[in-house]
Ligand binder design. Sequence first.
Ligand code: DTR
Ligand code: CA
Ligand code: ZN
Ligand code: ZN
Length: 475
Amino acid sequence: MTHPSSDLPRNISRPLAAALVAAAGLLTASPVSSATPERAGSVAAGAEILAAPDIPIGNVKAHLAQLQSIATANGGNRAHGRTGYKASIDYVKGKLDAAGFTTTLQQFTSSGSTGYNLIADWPGGDPNQVLMAGAHLDSVSSGAGINDNGSGSAAVLETALAVSRAQLQPTKHLRFAWWGAEELGLVGSKYYVNSLSATDRARVSGYINLDMVGSPNPGYFVYDDDPAIEKVFKDWYTGIGVPTEIETEGDGRSDHASFKNVGIPVGGLFTGASRTKTAAQAAKWGGTSGQAFDRCYHSSCDTNTNINDVALDHNSDALAHAIWTLGTAEPLPPGESYESAADVAIPDNAAAVTSALAVSGRTGNAPAALRVGVDIKHTWRGDLVVDLLAPDGTAYRLKNSSSSDSEDNVITTYTVDASSETANGTWRLRVQDVASQDTGYIDRRDDLADPAAREALLDGLGVVAVEIGLVPPRH
Ligand code: DTR
Ligand code: CA
Ligand code: ZN
Ligand code: ZN
């Protein structure tokens, strides 16, 4: 559905009460709420980022040994609807209850059997900023599912236990989850997300997924979804001298998809499944080229001998780093605007692209005079169609294409009546190049922020790729 935007004045003076969001940004003309909106990677000036502890690989392996024993004692698997799955849930829940988490067992039915999600909340933190990490705990029926996905489950569990050992007091609220029936089609995580109200969904600042993170012939893949989460992982791996690749086969293939589908920023780690490691990958990661990353994927040999300890250790430590970094980041000083700083290439005469902004911590709806600052570098702006997408997907047309408008660039601010849209959620600027030749990219409105200082601050903290910094309006 597309709403025609109100008159689109070309040059808008900016009332002091308003602020402007650039590149793919939003402006709220409403008074600043008391809440401090921020997102997965926002960091205040000078914030101290606490260093995560090392996750003891021996502890992670001990969880895998328990899951193996459970499978052995329950028909050789831990699949949805089988006794081995419920025993796995009970094991993980027992550890978390003893560590001071508030646990919730969420039941659902799938394929005629009762399924269970386990949700563990670490008391404290901003309830409007919930940072989640999760893994599916079910296996396929053909085996114990130790790499798929005992590895992710154990890494998330031990990271949660490390939070308890540290008595961490994060700025965000931390929530950990173990999903049921992922192998049946992301059933448990979809059930969880669908059970959240729109308000509670908007409170989730990010979801990190671990599914297969100890493959015996490992690759080091980072999900290329939310840039801030991706950057935290890539910077951590750079710090230990391990190259990473973008996870390219994962879209829709694990529980992060349930969150991404409702606009929640996601990220994650992966060491590979049935695809074959290339010679180039073996050269940088070691292991065996021409062999699958996990030859026991969905097979009976996916036991606790089917794990590469170094890969599992790295991914456990990387998760802890992400939780500590994103979870303890101080909120940016209150302001009235949000900004996205990541450039987004616009393919010539091809599908639309989007630049996203996660707005949270606000109450009520967006204003009737929402200003959308746009900065698109392009050599023939008549090729471009530009829309603002509200969190619920409603499209507001900002600019139509025009075969006669051969001017360069679209650097302007539109006003949109967005009063029927909730302010919280992920807003997107959608741009499509609908004519061949001439290309461009969604840029950042440098005139709205002190890019050098903010980049230095945020890059220095190794946190931000997409900055939703509350940039006090320029006067
Ligand atoms: N579908 C997952 C395993 C899997 C296969 N490709 C990816 C990519 C990213 C995450 C997970 C996966 C499963 O079988 O559980
Ligand atoms: Ca470790
Ligand atoms: Zn699987
Ligand atoms: Zn899996």
